[in-house]
Design a protein around this ligand. Structure first.
Ligand code: TMP
Length: 238
């Protein structure tokens, strides 16, 4: 499929039209932002890593966990062909261990194991600071239907079950992560956006060293090293 005009530029990816209206091409950048775009920087090589890792994980989730995704084909180091979807304007956050905004909001120290996984929905709007919303807000504002919310919730916990085990086998604790979902023209909900060190918290299972974008958000240094290390954990040494 031919890469046509740019449709959209996000904080970490560009989206291009193709010559087929049902598909588009996402192109991963090295740009990094935090705090709803207030902090800006570059993580060299991030786009290549996130593209490869996200595609690999989405394919596994589809093949082995029955989660429908937008992934179609990896086209190059940074470019991937995906199904064109209408993004549901929600960030869906699943947590296994307290960290980040959960720890701040509820006063639960970082690193506390949660009794069971939790889910949060945030309305995707940088200017509003992606406020946390509940199912009533979602239905009242028409961001998704009840059926969509039920499907998304089911998929999000199934993604968590699969990925928690996948990463633990590679010596990594999946602390929490953010998913986004989209709707295809026939109304099917599919997993969209990306799954990468930008959108997950990964801690080394033994040392609890942070191996994700928190190194950038919190100025911890060795940001590129952390992304490279996660690449090794997922794909092995080669
Ligand atoms: P939080 O603790 O800051 O709410 O983040 C929860 C998870 O969601 C964490 O793995 C990072 C991810 N995340 C994003 O992918 N995008 C965002 O804009 C934010 C705030 C968090």
């Amino acid at each position: 499929m031919k890469k046509c005009e740019q449709m959209y530029e996000g904080k970490a990816k560009k989206v291009f039209a193709t010559d087929n209206a049902d598909y588009c091409i996402v192109s991963y950048k090295d740009d990094a932002t935090a705090f709803n775009g207030l902090k800006k920087g570059t993580i060299t090589g991030k786009g290549v890593i996130n593209n490869r890792m996200s595609n690999f994980l989405m394919k596994k989730l589809s093949d082995e966990a029955g989660i429908p995704t937008h992934f179609v084909e990896e086209l190059s180091e940074r470019d991937t062909l995906v199904k064109k979807v209408k993004i549901v304007p929600l960030e869906v956050i699943v947590r296994n261990i307290a960290a980040g905004s959960f720890s701040k909001r509820f006063g639960v120290p970082e690193g506390t194991n949660l009794n069971c996984p939790t889910i949060e929905f945030c309305y995707k709007d940088d200017e509003l600071g992606d406020p946390m919303v509940n199912e009533y807000h979602i239905l009242a504002c028409g961001w998704a239907t009840r059926e969509d919310v039920d499907t998304i919730t089911d998929y999000a916990f199934r993604v968590n079950d699969y990925l928690k085990k996948f990463f633990l086998e590679r010596g990594v604790e999946l602390v929490d992560f953010k998913l986004e979902f989209g709707k295809t023209p026939d109304g099917t909900i599919v997993l969209a956006d990306e799954i990468s060190p930008d959108t997950c918290r990964f801690w080394d299972a033994k040392t609890h060293e942070k191996l994700d974008k928190d190194r950038f958000r919190r100025d911890l240094g060795h940001v590129e090293d952390a992304y490279q290390e996660m690449m090794k954990r997922v794909f092995g040494e080669n």
